[in-house]
Design a binder for this molecule. Structure first.
Ligand SMILES: *Cc1c(COP(=O)(O)O)cnc(C)c1O
Length: 412
């Protein structure tokens, strides 16, 4: 995806100017991604960015003029969004365990849409909206009965904390529709992610459309929005093949148009809600080798950043068998054998790579871990073993901007 030579020049500069470990986010690449999505789907979808994938405030403020909506999943994410220039009106709020204090703050701030995931939540939100003198727009989140094979992180059809189960939804939806201070203006499904198979994504969207139609017909709704939790995956490991986005779009656009052709959905906005597909491949995790040890026949490079900065790359974030993220030595060279990459932590869990084929690696070398723009720092135990936080750098048009988030900045 990137021109590695050009990326390496920037990565080297980032390490020199700001130090390591570091996350480096290439904004131009995100811009390109947005254009690719618009081109593939012919602008049939508006985009909503899932803040949980990367809540860096510098990134959020860069996205503010480029993406229609934010999806937040905690009140702290709303605060980060607001601080980064986003109006609450442009946000939706998902999450299976929203607390009253979060609902109060969000509803009083003028939240765009509450994504209701249970009757209990709806009843609480209704009372809170009444007290605030508001009618709150909501979308109902459905947990579908099926998800096609090909989804790495599959949630549907199994017991799930998320949304209202498809199997019981007709007991629950009428209770939500009866609440006077909530206005059901849309439906939402997000049932799996990290899919690299076009046909599976299309099949998943077909399930969404079937559910959206069934509910809308039964309750005579004319939804203003239908949210498709995208499922779009990115290549993480050597053997992964990137998703063919044009093929994916080609496999579903006729059916999207068919849906929009029915009077009920003629003015419905279709929303693609996504995180990793937008920002994941735009980010590198950059770490410097501190020293190299030969241990019982294995070469181990010990790096200045590890699982404390990048838990998913260490394989400790829901990975069953350790697989190495794609990575390269900055500056390149010819492969010279396998090396293990350890982080600085006092635990054998702290491995960024196992048996990685790399050019000769020495102390002082820089290693860049790919596909690290989403679920990197935000998914990592930064307090574990009290190292400084890595810096975060946003690159646009060759300019490097320090967007490092200070430790403890959870945005209270
Ligand atoms: C996590 C999440 C997303 C984003 O998922 P990606 O895999 O990063 O695209 C979107 N919607 C909801 C409700 C989520 O929880």
């Amino acid at each position: 995806m990137h021109n590695i030579k050009r990326a390496d020049a920037i990565l080297t500069q980032a390490a020199e100017d700001f130090g390591t470990p570091a996350y480096v986010y290439f904004a131009d690449y995100i811009e390109e991604r947005i254009a690719q999505i618009d081109a593939a789907f012919g602008s049939r979808f508006t985009l909503s960015y899932a803040v949980k994938s990367n809540p860096n405030p510098g990134l959020l403020s860069w996205l503010e003029t480029r993406i229609a909506n934010l999806d937040i999943s905690a009140i702290g994410e709303m605060r980060l969004g607001v601080r980064s220039g986003w109006k609450p009106e442009r946000m939706s709020f998902t999450g299976p365990g929203k607390r009253d204090l979060e609902l109060v703050e969000a509803i009083e701030a003028g939240l765009g849409e509450l994504i209701v995931e249970s009757v209990d939540e709806a009843i609480r939100a209704n009372r809170i909206a009444a007290e605030a003198g508001r009618v709150q727009d909501i979308m109902i989140r459905i947990a579908p009965d099926q998800v096609p094979k090909g989804f790495g992180d599959q949630m549907a059809g199994r017991p799930s904390a998320f949304g209202i189960d498809y199997e019981t939804m007709h007991d629950e939806i009428p209770q939500i529709l009866a609440l006077k201070h909530l206005r059901v203006m849309g439906l939402h499904v997000y049932s799996g992610t990290q899919c690299l198979v076009s046909e599976a994504i299309c099949a998943n969207y077909r399930t969404f459309m079937r559910i959206f139609s069934e509910i809308s017909d039964r309750y005579d709704l004319k939804p203003e929005k239908l949210v498709f939790g995208s499922g779009l995956g990115i290549p993480y490991f050597e053997k992964d093949t990137a998703l063919d986005l044009p093929a994916t779009a080609a496999g579903i656009v006729d059916e999207l148009d068919e849906l929009r052709a029915t009077p009920r959905f003629s003015s419905t906005e279709l929303v693609l809600e996504l995180g990793r597909y937008l920002v994941g491949e735009a980010g590198y995790f950059l770490t410097r080798v501190t020293r190299v040890k030969e241990s019982r026949g294995t070469r181990i490079a010990i790096c200045d950043g590890g699982m404390n900065n990048h838990l998913p790359a260490s394989g400790n974030f829901g990975m069953v068998i350790h697989r190495n993220y794609r990575m390269h030595k900055v500056g390149g060279g010819t492969p010279a054998g396998k090396v293990n990459l350890a982080g600085p932590l006092c635990t054998p869990l702290d491995k960024i790579g196992v048996g990685v084929e790399l050019p000769p690696v020495e102390a002082g070398d820089l290693i860049a871990v790919h596909s690290s723009g989403a679920y990197g720092l935000t998914a990592s135990p930064v307090y574990f073993i009290s190292h400084d936080l890595p810096c975060e750098i946003l690159v646009e048009g060759g300019q490097l901007q320090d967007v490092t988030r200070p430790l403890g900045d959870i945005c209270r």
